[in-house]
Design a protein around this ligand. Structure first.
Ligand code: HEC
Length: 225
């Protein structure tokens, strides 16, 4: 959760509770919608001041906007309507068996296979079932992933469950390699699972206890995403 800033345009999909918004975006769920995420990225990542984030990140002084509001809104619209990667070989028997293993060892408790959107002024986005493999929530992942870094109300060991859609395609855009977890420290899916501690310790232990055939099926499923 974070304190609400007075962003003048509509807050698509943002959920308010007692004047606070539920964080949905960013490794630590620091942003509650794509507009906030985008305005903050312009400001904090590339130092560009907008109507939404009018303070220069270097001088800490208010400054005239360097990017037009229409441009920020267009970027947000583009992000909202980007197509998610589609699973491959979803009817393959090994893949469907692997998904059952994924559920049985407890991965699906956080990496939720299915969600449905609510109302949206963009018809193509309203009431659609999609398969993100995330619950969009923060979890305490244990000491090994505690980087001593906080954002908003998140503790330093808490990270938002990342979506696993597109997981099998990652190496195609990363020089044939995996760079998984929040800082890219895991170079294979197995390594990423091994780094799960804290709330995910049980799922990691159940993964280690799998007979090799089931583990292979789980890997085939994960690579189909
Ligand atoms: C308690 C919740 C939880 C459970 C259970 C869980 N995960 Fe995760 N998973 C996370 C979080 C949070 C991260 C991100 C950690 C980080 O960024 O350091 C993550 C990261 C990953 C990643 C890396 C994704 C990326 O883009 O970097 C993979 C792959 C993954 N999990 C697979 C699994 C599998 C397979 C299981 C079951 C054996 C599992 N997870 C169980 C919460 C969970």
């Amino acid at each position: 959760m974070g304190v609400v800033k007075d962003y003048s345009t509509e807050r698509l999909g943002a959920m308010e509770q007692n004047g606070l918004y539920v964080g949905r975006f960013g490794r630590k769920s620091g942003a509650y919608d794509l507009l906030q995420q985008t305005a903050q990225a312009y400001n904090q990542d590339i130092g560009v001041v907008s109507d939404f984030e009018p303070i220069d990140p270097y001088t800490h002084e208010p400054q005239d906007p360097e990017v037009a509001t229409t441009v920020v809104n267009d970027v947000v619209f583009y992000l909202r309507t980007l197509k998610a990667p589609i699973q491959r070989n979803s009817d393959d028997a090994e893949v469907t068996a692997g998904e059952q293993v994924f559920i049985a060892v407890g991965c699906a408790k956080c990496h939720r296979p299915e969600m449905t959107t609510g109302d949206s002024p963009i018809a193509a986005l309203a009431h659609k079932t999609f398969r993100p493999f995330t619950d969009l929530l923060l979890h305490d992942m244990g000491q090994g992933l505690d980087d001593g870094y906080t954002e908003g109300n998140a503790t330093s060991a808490e990270w938002r469950t990342p979506a696993l859609w597109g997981l099998g395609l990652f190496p195609d855009s990363q020089g044939g390699q995996y760079f998984l977890m929040h800082d890219g420290r895991a170079h294979s899916i197995e390594e990423a699972i091994d780094m799960h501690g804290g709330e995910a310790q049980g799922a990691r232990d159940a993964f280690h206890a799998l007979p090799s055939g089931e583990r292979d099926r789980l890997m085939t499923f994960l690579q189909s995403l």
